[in-house]
Ligand binder design. Structure first.
Ligand SMILES: [Zn+2]
Length: 281
């Protein structure tokens, strides 16, 4: 497996505008760069490139990711191969770490869990695109631009959308995605992905649209890929700006973090458990 420090260095050097710029013509519009999406057919650019966070998001087909996923998708290669290609292009030495067979199996399982969350979010994003109620709530609260940067979704009341996301029963159970009656755990909520700094979706936090519900935000259960005490909300957007500026703001909870990031203070994060732990920093 490729060493984490190599991946960090690749993401640090392979600036997203350079990686995307090889394939797409980027034009400045407002505070971001836009291109015609390389993943779906269109005439007006809706593929946004966020240089600050090193990520992209398509307003049309909801594709979201960083330099590594861009190479994976456009050059049709695996995750390690995409890292190697970028490392070569941007002059980074690749260090590999040999995994034990047990670790190898665990890593594969993590990969299927990240992929499952990715597919589930896509289903929720399609619902978000259809729901005026969800859009009006989210855009009022965080602004359209930030909602797009995050790629948020919506799970309507009494949904059984997990069944639509082609996730194996084993992974559904491990990620604890369904209620006892078979409904989605996140029903009647705006679904906000929690990503790690490599843009992998490790969990969700979801804001209720029910005024009478006391649990305003519901987070995913802990799993092999998500440990409250080790992960920070907002790190996906905050990581690059924090590296560049040398400052990282730690706020109390995900809602505060979203408020700051939505007004352009991207280098903000929030702990997901109760107290801040050493692992998070
Ligand atoms: Zn697209």
């Amino acid at each position: 497996m490729i060493d984490q420090r190599t991946i960090d260095e690749v993401l640090n050097r392979a600036e997203i505008e350079k990686v995307v710029g090889v394939r797409c013509e980027l034009k400045k519009k407002g505070s971001h760069l836009f291109a015609c999406c390389p993943f779906h057919s269109e005439d007006t650019p809706s593929f946004a490139v966020y240089t600050q966070s090193g990520t992209y998001h398509c307003y049309g087909c909801q594709k979201h990711g960083n330099a590594i996923s861009f190479v994976m998708e456009t050059e049709n290669v695996t995750y390690p191969e995409a890292i190697k290609r970028l490392a070569k292009r941007f002059g980074v030495d690749v260090k590999e770490e040999k995994l034990t067979p047990e670790k190898e199996i665990e890593h594969r399982k993590k990969e299927s869990m990240w992929a499952a969350n990715e597919r589930l979010l896509k289903v929720y994003q399609d619902e978000f695109a259809k729901s005026k109620e969800a859009q009006s709530y989210a855009y009022n609260r965080w602004g359209r631009d930030y909602c797009n940067l995050m790629g948020i979704g919506y799970c309507p009341p009494f949904s059984k959308l997990v069944d639509k996301a082609s996730i194996s029963d084993g992974i559904v159970a491990e990620l604890n995605l369904k209620s006892e009656k078979g409904y989605d755990k996140l029903c009647n909520r705006i679904v906000i992905p929690i990503r790690d700094r490599f843009q992998r979706i490790i969990a969700f936090t979801a804001r209720t649209l029910d005024k009478n519900c006391n649990t305003k935000y519901l987070n995913s259960a802990e799993s092999l890929i998500y440990h409250k005490g080790e992960n920070l909300f907002g790190i996906d957007a905050a990581w690059q700006p924090a590296r560049k500026s040398g400052t990282l703001y730690v706020v109390e909870g995900a809602p505060d973090c979203m408020r700051l990031q939505s007004i352009g203070v991207l280098n903000a994060v929030a702990p997901l458990g109760t107290a801040l732990t050493k692992e998070q920093l």
